[in-house]
Design a protein around this ligand. Sequence first.
Ligand SMILES: Cc1cc2nc3c(=O)[nH]c(=O)nc-3n(C[C@H](O)[C@H](O)[C@H](O)COP(=O)(O)OP(=O)(O)OC[C@H]3O[C@@H](n4cnc5c(N)ncnc54)[C@H](O)[C@@H]3O)c2cc1C
Length: 435
Amino acid sequence: MKKIHRLPAIDGELGWYETSPLTGRTKGDRLKGKHKFDALVIGAGFTGLSTASRLAELWPDSRIALVDALRVGQGTSGRNAGFIIDLPHNLDANADPEIDKKVYQLNRFAISRLDQIRQQNGIDCSWQKAGKYFSAHEASNLCHLDSFTRTLDALHTPYEVIEGSALQQRLGTGYYQKAVYTPDNILMNPAALAQGVALALPDNVTLFENSPVTGIEYGSPHRAGFLGGEIEAKTLVLSTNSFGEEFGLFQQRLAPVFTYASLTRPMSEQYFPGTAPWGLTSAHPAGTTVRLTPDRRIFIRNSFSFETSLRTDQHTLDRAWKQHRASFSARFPELGELDFEYTWGGMLCMTLNHQSLFQQSADNLYALSGMNGVGVAKGTYLGYYLAEWIAGRNSDELAFIRRHNQPSWVPPDPLRSVGARIRLRYESGKAAGEI
Ligand SMILES: Cc1cc2nc3c(=O)[nH]c(=O)nc-3n(C[C@H](O)[C@H](O)[C@H](O)COP(=O)(O)OP(=O)(O)OC[C@H]3O[C@@H](n4cnc5c(N)ncnc54)[C@H](O)[C@@H]3O)c2cc1C
């Protein structure tokens, strides 16, 4: 059995998980003993949850296991900024308007699928159709707003350009010169949404949490090893994102880039009176993401590091915390010393050409990985259509996904790490006041 060496860790204080009303409610046991299932999905982020859920619908008489090394909501899916982005994003950009149109439709499909699960099961995850402000502080970045509006025009989607004092009134900060507001982006607590989706899984899915896969053997059946346990399954899906290459099915495709987030304590009522919760992404890819949450906290995300260990450390978390304080103070000087209650890190699993990995590796063996920082929507639709592929259902969507998700080769370490670190430093330098 091939050993899996690098395993997921907690990487800081997980703000969304700690504040989720559903924490403590998911019911996955640790995997112990020998088990047989028809299908095994490894990784219970949005991608694995979606794969298991759709497969269970298509195969109602099969038994499906979904396992995660951590608890649902503790992995990257529960650590992100909580945007479910409908539009092609700058981390997922395409030059071709026809591709953008299809990606937009798939993102909207993912939003409606998650919304349906949420509504049917009464998932309490602070879901809001709050829209998104794509914003620039520096004059040099206003051109990115213009190119975004050209994409929106081609897609015939609504937007508003807001500047100066009107923008300040909406956001409660005068930090930004100009923004493009798009109305259909969803904001939510991502740990709570992932937990809610896990709780809503069909009865023929068995969830195992706190159960790292420590060994793997491909065959008929496939075998996954755990500490004190094993699963045999005819069909195996790997949806482990940045940990994908550990399983040996593909190599030199992923660039695991850590980014960091902080969440303040809730503010008193005197601040932001009458301001609706909002979410803002930066016109520069290395810029800061900011949210005002419904429970009146400020969320900040920025800073990057490239960690081949797939874990971060205290020193890097401290450095991110300092940058978050500086970014927070620049935007909200009147909030003074309002503390961060939580600071954490998580991995954007990037690929060089921004295409995800979506592959059949052998009979009854599939992998999907590399969500490029937009995995809430993308992981949801890729997981859904992977399940359709496994069940033998063809569609135009599946054909499109298979054609356009072939990540290009990245060089091996140390070249990969050196290249990635130079690029991250260069982009951070260029982002200037957007950070
Ligand atoms: C700070 C931050 C902000 C972000 N903001 C956004 C955003 O606003 N919107 C958005 O769409 N995306 C955002 N992203 C990206 C998004 O979180 C990811 O694209 C998404 O989580 C990918 O989902 P996934 O299910 O493919 O992978 P993951 O969420 O990483 O799930 C993979 C799972 O596999 C498990 N696993 C790995 N190895 C093993 C093993 N050996 N055994 C068992 N289990 C294993 C892990 O524990 C993990 O839970 C952000 C990311 C970060 C870090």
